[in-house]
Write a protein that binds this ligand. Sequence first.
Ligand SMILES: [Fe+2]
Length: 269
Amino acid sequence: MSNVSRGSGITIFSWEGLSAKPGNGHPAEATIRYQMAEYQPYDDKTQLARKIDRYPLSFTRNPSAPLISRPLTLSERTGPSGLIGELGAVNKLDLSRAKADGPRAVGQLISVFGRVMDEDGSPIPNAVVELWQANSGGRYIHEMDRTDTPIDPNFTGEGRLVTGPEGEYQFFSVKPGAYPVLESGWWWRPPHIHFSILGPSWMTRYVTQIFFPGEPLNETDLLLNAVPNRDVRERLIFEFDSTSMGAVNSISFKRDFVLRGRRQTPALH
Ligand SMILES: [Fe+2]
């Protein structure tokens, strides 16, 4: 058995073994390579504060007691397998239309791209990236969205893609609008896109939100500002990349994701 340490977040154990004995329908012994990762606890600097003052749902989303350590199970370190086959692999996505040949949704067309990688910068291919966002007026198609902003019939605000060989992803969409958190009485969420990312095992799955640069509401958002360190908070904000004009008129934003370790992108539910 050999092990390779990857930064502070992941240690990979590799060993070779025999998959089957001759007989019982198996013509010969076959040597297969196993790989399994041991994950270190999250670095608290990359995570939200455990308690967020004035956030109505803080007590339901964060543990109030210290976490209990327990060994990881084999399936947590190696699974899930076959997920892409079940979900279907799409490495580019256009959320700006509800149907591929349908009309475009209302709003500013944006192109979002980046890479999913581990702490050393190695690409994570075949990561499953799921997305959801409000429409350009700030409205979700969801029973709990009780704002009076209209739904856009040409926009669903959800999609799923799989990263390519270099961990790359890209999608088109319309820039989401800000929306009020009605029960708070004062809080408006800045424009943001929700990401769920699942890398090589369940231990690399996290959900987060990515914000847009230069938005005034970023300064007062309870969730974004619950990440205590300003430099770490920057990992949750898109970088403006470029504008394009011609066949497609859009504004491009970039965001890379790091799945574990000191450089991890903070989780933000
Ligand atoms: Fe949201």
